[in-house]
Design a protein. Structure first.
Length: 229
């Protein structure tokens, strides 16, 4: 009832901000429960983590995300309730672009660095931004064709510029601007390498798609990198 009243009384922008506020309150509650649950975990001497995994199931990895059904359900914009120097490997697929840069994105990468063992590796992927920009500048249609083939963008996205805007600023109509389902930053190799170096990683290098580690649906359109502690 209250939402109905507010929707009638507030401007669309103000109503979205109201929803953002309550989404944040809900996220705080979920995170608090997740932290308490993580404190009860008897951690092994070594673990592999998939952080920001969404609903993807990755055998051999402990799954950490905000979505239901994972091993540790927490708000990844906050410090991770995971011990220092415990992970031999972290996998992070298409999550970093959902965080504000440089602040929250940098904090998240620093947390990944903290929980990794010395010599451990972060295998990260983000949407490749160089490719769609090159297609736009040179008038090539391969990016738009890939968007259609892989159902990356909603049906209303038609022009090349609409595709570029959605790449940079992906929006889910179910959520307001404040929700972390939205894209917040676009990366190329240089920028991602810099962010990883700033977070403390000693060696950062591009890598190829690895079918033993990376999800098949990320093979096309991704920038893959490895960062070592």
């Amino acid at each position: 009832m209250l939402n109905g009243i507010l929707q009638r009384k507030l401007s669309p922008h103000a109503y979205e901000r109201w929803n953002d506020f309550w989404e944040e309150i809900s996220a705080m509650r979920v995170h608090r429960r997740g932290v308490m649950a993580a404190q009860q975990i008897k951690w092994p001497a070594e673990v592999r983590l998939n952080i920001g995994c969404g609903p993807v199931v990755t055998p051999g990895y402990m799954r950490v995300d905000f979505c239901p059904g994972v091993d540790i359900r927490v708000d990844l914009r906050r410090p991770l309730p995971i011990p220092d120097n415990i992970a031999s490997e972290i996998l992070c697929e298409h999550f970093l672009e959902h965080l504000r840069y440089p602040g929250t994105a940098g904090s998240f990468l620093s947390e990944c660095h903290r929980v990794l063992k010395p010599g451990g590796a972060l295998f990260i992927s983000v949407p490749d931004t160089r490719w769609p920009l090159e297609c736009y500048v040179h008038g090539r249609g391969e990016y738009e064709k890939a968007c259609a083939e892989h159902n990356w963008h909603p049906k209303w996205v038609g022009t090349t510029m609409e595709h570029l805007n959605y790449h940079f600023r992906q929006q889910d109509v179910m959520y307001g601007d404040g929700h972390f389902e939205c894209h917040r930053y676009a990366y190329d190799e240089e920028t991602l390498a810099l962010a990883l170096s700033r977070a403390g990683f000693s060696r950062v290098e591009p890598r190829s798609f690895d079918p033993t580690r990376d999800s098949e649906h990320r093979r096309v359109g991704s920038l893959f990198m490895a960062a070592f502690k």
